[in-house]
Design a protein around this ligand. Structure first.
Ligand SMILES: *[C@@H]1O[C@H](CO)[C@@H](O)[C@H](O)[C@H]1NC(C)=O
Ligand SMILES: *[C@@H]1O[C@H](CO)[C@@H](O)[C@H](O)[C@H]1NC(C)=O
Length: 305
């Protein structure tokens, strides 16, 4: 059986965040200097207090949302800042972005990460270079199974109120019944686009597979175990253009944790089909191993800390 799915990638032509004057590309020499201030002696990790609390939001802003851009797809880096956008992502460590593998397939030097876009055009947009991309070894670009990747940045960000990290839930955590997805939308009368949150229900694996068996995917459709589903309420869902953005769910102390990464859907928002996400808890061990093996602190994004 041939399964047709639509991988969600950012539709760059509709983005017009005009913040070029605030563009702050890293200087070329920084790209070769690797400094990780959070890195202590390896054995000290357990005692290092994270410099920022993950998953905190102020004023409804989501300081960990990023846009991934492929420089080879933007003819002009100086004019439209979002030209060449290939997906969204989440900052989970001052120098690591969690994203969908389908938006991390270009060689690292071609990729850039934009921060400061979540709050709309008024934010301070910054660009960061990527030095290494790590795609999940079982990622299958044909059917998007295991569609998860990490981007390692050339320098760690200085975290602040407007630049923060998301929390990841423990591997055995279950999401709440309703969570929050993100979509690009018009945020103001000025016509600028920004990120809007959408309240969505979480479906269990069986329910989701049933829904998709009633679509053109057919009654033998198998929803891969690397996926989870949320959404499907009419007029309230994420759509093409939101690929790579997180699904976050409420956690303790007013924090939120990322349970999903938007991957695909069919006829989004209109026909009751939920959106399909990477099930992030399933990959928590993989994420920790990749980050830990590069000598970086894996407690920064840990909700259980
Ligand atoms: C690229 O930028 C230059 C100068 O900023 C401009 O003259 C040119 O028209 C731009 N090209 C495209 C394809 O946007
Ligand atoms: C995500 O994967 C874990 C581990 O396989 C599983 O226990 C959990 O039910 C999945 N979550 C959802 C929402 O499907």
């Amino acid at each position: 059986m041939v399964v047709y799915i639509i991988l969600l990638t950012l539709v760059t032509t509709h983005h017009c965040v005009a913040a070029t004057d605030k563009l702050n590309p890293p200087s070329p020499d920084k790209a070769t200097t690797l400094t990780y201030p959070h890195m202590q002696k390896k054995n000290d990790f357990a005692r290092v207090k994270p410099t920022a609390t993950c998953g905190m939001r102020e004023d409804g802003k989501t300081p960990w949302l990023v846009i991934i851009k492929d420089l080879s797809k933007s003819q002009n880096t100086s004019t439209a800042i979002l030209q060449g956008s290939i997906g969204g992502g989440t900052l989970i460590h001052p120098s690591v972005v969690l994203c969908a593998a389908h938006s991390a397939q270009s060689p690292a030097p071609q990729l850039q990460v934009l921060t400061g876009l979540a709050g709309g055009a008024g934010d301070n947009v910054q660009m960061w270079s990527v030095i290494e991309t790590v795609l999940h070894e079982n990622f299958n670009p044909m059917n998007a199974h295991n569609d998860i990747a990490l981007l390692f940045l050339s320098e760690p960000m200085k975290l602040s109120r407007s630049l923060g990290v998301a929390c990841l839930p423990p591997a055995d955590a279950a999401p709440r019944a309703r969570c929050e997805a993100y979509e690009w939308s018009q945020t103001g009368t000025d016509g600028h686009r920004g990120v809007k949150t959408v309240d969505v229900p979480v479906l269990n694996h069986q329910e989701c597979q049933e829904k998709y068996r009633n679509t053109r995917l057919g009654r033998y459709f198998i929803l891969d175990q690397s996926f989870m589903c949320a959404g499907g309420e009419r007029g309230r869902d994420v759509c093409a253009g939101d690929g790579g953005f997180p699904l976050v769910c409420p956690a303790e102390n007013g924090r939120v944790a990322q349970f999903g990464i938007v991957v695909w859907d069919i006829e989004c928002g209109n026909h009751g089909n939920p959106s399909v996400y990477v099930n992030v808890t399933r990959f928590r061990g993989w994420i920790d191993r990749q980050i830990g093996s590069r000598g970086l602190d894996t407690t920064i994004y840990a909700l259980e800390q």
